[in-house]
Design a protein. Structure first.
Length: 102
């Protein structure tokens, strides 16, 4: 499981009954993974659990970069637009977004 949503909501008793090996992957370093997807407790509760980290990634690494026309399209349909000023490229760290509305 990669960054399982609401990881702390899983039932511990149910997790203990899983006997097959399970691998959990968190995107980021242990101290930067959002609490809502942190999988350390999950991997420790499952009998054969394993946890790995992809330190070069963030929880939102799976999202593609927007096309140049996306801003105009979102404005046209009345959506509020948020953007991040830097992206992750290789090992480069991203800056925290300011989430300005356009």
């Amino acid at each position: 499981m990669v960054d399982p949503s609401v990881a702390q909501a899983f039932d511990a008793q149910s997790l203990r009954t899983i006997s097959i090996p399970m691998r959990f992957i968190n995107l980021g370093e242990p101290k930067t993974v959002p609490v809502s997807v942190a999988s350390s407790v999950l991997s420790e509760t499952v009998m054969n659990g394993r946890l790995d980290y992809v330190s070069e990634a963030t929880h939102f690494s799976f999202l593609p970069e927007c096309k140049a026309s996306a801003k105009a399209f979102l404005k046209q349909i009345g959506e509020t637009i948020y953007f991040v000023t830097r992206v992750v490229v290789g090992h480069e760290r991203i800056s925290m977004p300011n989430w300005p509305s356009l």
